[in-house]
Design a protein around this ligand. Structure first.
Ligand code: XMP
Ligand code: MG
Length: 184
């Protein structure tokens, strides 16, 4: 759905479906150039990165395979718990592989710092990160992120895989929520 389908739920749209699609194509081209001749193992973080993974890998021409992890960061609310737990681990061995972690959004950076450290200990050939969104003002755990879709202000956003209480992942635009949504 588009933000205009349920306008009352949103405060403002940060990026439209078209802007997201166009940025995805740019990042995909950058990744293809950087990994020329190599095969990438893309590791998506459930559930938020599902849309980014689906669109990014289809815009790429590199050979790739896909695996998924689930880690806990936030509960149903909008504040980080500060605790990272692996809820679902990889099914593939990453020894010697070129890993590209695909994440929906970097807020404090806590989740990814933990994850990169964890995956590094499994002896991959390389690890890079692609995050569709990043909030530079919120970062407390600085992290080398090679590919960023958009740097955004420090606001809670939904859409394109990002949720509030598991809703709005199917919004194709990226938007902030109207205050009444948090109260209901
Ligand atoms: P940290 O703080 O570890 O958080 O970088 C990353 C995770 O927090 C969630 N997150 C958000 N989810 N809208 C969301 O729907 C947001 O604005 C937002 N900011 C952080 C997200 O799950 C991400 O993986
Ligand atoms: Mg996430």
């Amino acid at each position: 759905m588009r933000a205009s389908d349920i306008p009352g739920d949103f405060d403002h749209v940060l990026y439209t479906e078209e802007q997201v699609a166009s940025r995805i194509r740019e990042v995909a081209a950058q990744i293809d150039a950087d990994y020329a001749g190599r095969e990438i193992l893309m590791v998506g973080l459930l559930n938020g990165a599902v849309m980014t993974m689906a669109d990014l890998c289809r815009a790429m021409t590199s050979h790739m395979s896909m695996d998924w992890m689930a880690v806990s960061s936030y509960g149903a609310g909008t504040k980080s718990s500060g605790v990272v737990r692996i809820l679902k681990d990889l099914t593939k061995d990453i020894d010697g592989r070129d890993i590209l972690i695909v994440e929906d959004i970097i807020d404090t950076g806590l989740t990814l710092s933990y994850l990169v450290q964890n995956l590094r200990s499994r002896n991959p050939n390389s690890i890079e990160v692609m995050a569709m969104f990043r909030k530079p003002e919120a970062v407390t755990c600085p992290l080398d992120v090679k590919y960023v879709g958009f740097d955004i202000p420090n606001e809670f956003v939904v859409g394109y895989g990002l949720d509030y209480a598991d809703r709005y992942r199917n919004l194709t635009d990226v938007a902030t929520l109207a205050p009444h949504v948090y109260k209901s």
